[in-house]
Design a protein around this ligand. Structure first.
Ligand code: LFR
Length: 514
């Protein structure tokens, strides 16, 4: 019988959900069962061409979905004789809302896939010095890192009125509780954190303020940092009225979805690598200390902060976004192919016929992926995938090749050895991709849990209120009992074509080129 209940709000770039989590079992035997009480589609909307940002999030709609989900979670918990012991929020990283001195949201937050951000990162790093910057924040260069978004928006009309910069989970938590904090795992994706001290980086912040005077005082707009597992505050009266909930604490979790997903990896020891597979595939390992070498910077590896003082050393590989956008553009063209059907067709298609570099900048913005794949195939003199089966197969073969390349680099740059690759997140349900990954990497893949971020979110809350105890290994034992990972053993199939054999641009060139 469940003895405690929590709500996990997990917001991805393509869908959001509210989960009711039920914790049962005596100490040392705990398990968590997740009940999805609300799920909604998410995605940026396109703003008029004249706007300074072209893609934005309707964060007020997200807020209403979250509150509605919490209302349903409250009912579902009380049906089981329980009240919620906590609420945790995680989301995709880097994006933020600007709040005025009166506490009002000044505009819909910009979406990280907005192509208006092109070029800013190169400009900033040239001005600030890329090597020193990386030694401070350890962050990969992505055109959308928060610091570059802030620089790109410094002359926007709303900027002078912005009193507070809030990352998406912190923004929602502030609306739920009236309290403002910055949770550190997500803050580590801003570029403004010193990865070695887990504090705001004076070097980076001062550098930006000096380099871009119209930014004004950046530091005063950033709230104090807190680690995962702290109580932000309790629900406000108005939230209590609209949800039926009582005085429930909102607890910081790994509020970066990837940080939460990594907590829920059901590993039995530390010799593992992971692919956190959703809209993106985050491919890497967990470390005690960051890798800040020049080689690491040039390979564009990132050191993001994890729960319990850890570092997530990884690479962002374009993930199932390419597939979901492909299916979406087919649907819009009147060719409705379900994901299940697409995967059956792909399984029947010729293996490794065409392998493209899905990490190319052309795959970042929304749009017709099949024609971008065709262009990439043409440019590398490979057969152009035409049928849906060929296109989807090409995407999956290309993802597996990209994971293989990233994990090879991880091993080399960090010295970390692993005998298993855990795939967590929605992509762990994609059996074909899991098998192709095992074959490409040559080590067993353990797939699941599919709701890794929500599970990791709950585990950190449960520990914060004393319902479970122990270090990350203890939380992972609970994750193991709560999920049934599926093993994919490498079949020894050799990969005729490798994405890295066809890549001409270095990672550094690619990351700057967008
Ligand atoms: C995954 C993720 C990645 C981050 C990207 C953009 O959902 O959080 O870790 O790089 O989204 O925020």
């Amino acid at each position: 019988l469940p003895r405690a209940a929590f709500a996990a709000v997990d917001l991805g770039a393509t869908s959001g959900r509210v989960m009711l989590a039920l914790l049962s079992g005596a100490a040392g035997h705990e398990r968590v069962d997740l009940v999805e009480v609300a799920r909604f589609a998410n995605g940026p909307f396109v703003t008029p061409e004249s706007d300074t940002a072209r893609l934005r999030w309707d964060v007020r709609r997200i807020w209403h979905e979250v509150v509605d989900g919490l209302r349903i979670a409250c009912v579902a918990a009380s049906e089981r004789g329980l009240v919620l012991s906590g609420i945790g929020i995680d989301s995709w990283a880097v994006d933020y809302g600007l709040i005025g001195a009166d506490g009002e949201l000044l505009e819909d937050p910009r979406c990280y896939r907005d192509s208006a951000l092109a070029g800013t990162s190169t400009e900033v790093l040239d001005r600030l010095g890329a090597s020193g910057h990386y030694r401070a924040n350890g962050l990969q260069t992505q055109p959308f890192n928060t610091e570059f978004q802030l620089v790109a928006g410094r002359d926007d009309e709303v900027w002078p009125a912005a009193a507070s910069i809030r990352l998406i989970p912190d923004l929602l938590a502030s609306w739920l509780t009236g309290r403002v904090v910055t949770e550190v795992t997500n803050a580590s994706t801003t570029g403004l954190i010193d990865v070695s001290t887990r504090k705001w980086s004076d070097a980076v912040i001062d550098g930006l303020e000096r380099g871009y005077p119209s930014l004004g005082d950046l530091r005063s707009r950033l709230a104090d940092l807190v680690e995962p597992g702290s109580v932000v505050g309790h629900l406000t009266n108005s939230v209590r009225r609209s949800t039926g909930l009582g005085r429930v604490p909102v607890i910081t979790v790994g509020s970066h979805d990837t940080a939460s997903a990594v907590v829920a990896i059901p590993a039995d020891d530390d010799r593992f690598a992971y692919v956190s597979s959703g809209t993106w595939s985050l491919v890497g390992v967990e470390l005690e200390v960051p890798v800040l070498s020049e080689a690491s910077r040039r390979a564009n590896f990132t050191n993001e902060l994890g729960v319990d003082g850890t570092v997530r050393y990884l690479k962002n590989v374009t993930g199932l976004w390419v597939l979901s956008e492909t299916l979406r553009s087919w649907r819009e063209a009147g060719r409705d192919i379900s994901l299940a059907k697409a995967l059956v067709l792909a399984a029947d298609a010729t293996a490794d016929r065409t392998v493209v570099d899905v990490d190319g900048p052309e795959f970042l913005p929304p749009g017709d992926m099949a024609s971008r794949i065709a262009a990439a195939a043409r440019a590398t003199s490979q057969p152009i995938p035409v049928s849906p089966g060929e296109v989807v197969r090409c995407i999956l073969d290309s993802l597996a090749a990209s994971y293989r390349r990233a994990l090879g680099e991880v091993r080399e740059l960090s010295g970390k050895e692993f005998d298993v690759v855990h795939i967590v997140g929605g992509g762990s349900q994609n059996a074909l991709l899991c098998q192709l990954t095992a074959d490409a990497i040559g080590v067993p893949v353990l797939a699941g849990p599919a709701e890794g971020a929500a599970l990791g979110n709950v585990l950190v809350q449960a520990r914060a209120v004393g319902a479970v105890h122990g270090n990350l290994a203890a939380l992972r034992a609970v994750a193991h009992r709560s999920s049934n990972p599926i093993t994919y053993v490498p079949t020894g199939t050799s990969h005729r074509l490798r994405a890295d054999d066809r890549t001409t641009a270095s990672s550094e060139e690619r990351s700057h080129g967008w």
